[in-house]
Design a protein around this ligand. Structure first.
Ligand SMILES: [Zn+2]
Length: 177
């Protein structure tokens, strides 16, 4: 195995042992099911960890992370639908962040047919706008409503709120939009 990868795996294993040591008492409480109160769609960026940002623990946030926090393919939409229909979350948040590489990449022009290119094209609506991070979040909220009948229905029944927010990498603050 590649030495770098082996070192990373060893570090992960050590981290896992530390996690087990810290949470061993709590883990059994979560085995039988989950009842998070919020679903968050945010970026895969390693600097945007929702549980840390919101000081939340195991079982508290249903998280979907994908580059550019795009409400795009069936795996994302299906996961969010699941959170609404099966877990009955009352709140769904689309959380963008400053210095988002995916949003910045979309400024470079249309993507190709590759998987990365398709993400770029989902974001590219916001090309050239000064607040493209915010515009992308707002667009993803609109797309979510267009693409998910389950979410639209839950909104109409008043069972769900969908909110946008921006996480600021510089100071850790989340601003609702
Ligand atoms: Zn990002």
């Amino acid at each position: 195995m590649n030495e770098d990868a082996k070192t990373v795996m060893d570090n992960l294993s050590q981290g896992n042992l530390a996690f087990i040591s810290k949470f061993s008492q709590e883990l059994p409480k979560h085995v039988s099911g989950q009842s998070p109160k919020v679903a968050i769609l945010t970026c895969a960026d390693s600097r945007v960890p929702p549980e840390l940002i919101f000081n939340a623990g195991i079982g508290e946030i249903f998280v979907i992370r994908v580059a550019g926090n795009v409400a795009f393919d069936p795996s994302v939409l299906g996961s969010l639908d699941y959170a609404v229909v099966n877990l009955h979350v009352p709140l769904l948040v689309i959380l963008g962040h400053t210095n988002c590489g995916a949003v910045n990449a979309s400024e470079g022009g249309p993507g190709d047919d590759s998987s990365i290119g398709q993400i770029v094209n989902e974001i590219r609506c916001c090309f050239g706008t000064p607040d493209n991070i915010k515009q992308n979040v707002l667009r993803q909220i609109e797309l979510l409503k267009e693409r998910s009948q389950i979410i639209t229905d839950a909104l109409e029944k008043g069972e769900l709120e969908v909110k946008g927010a921006i996480y600021n990498l510089e100071d850790g603050k989340v601003n609702w939009i």
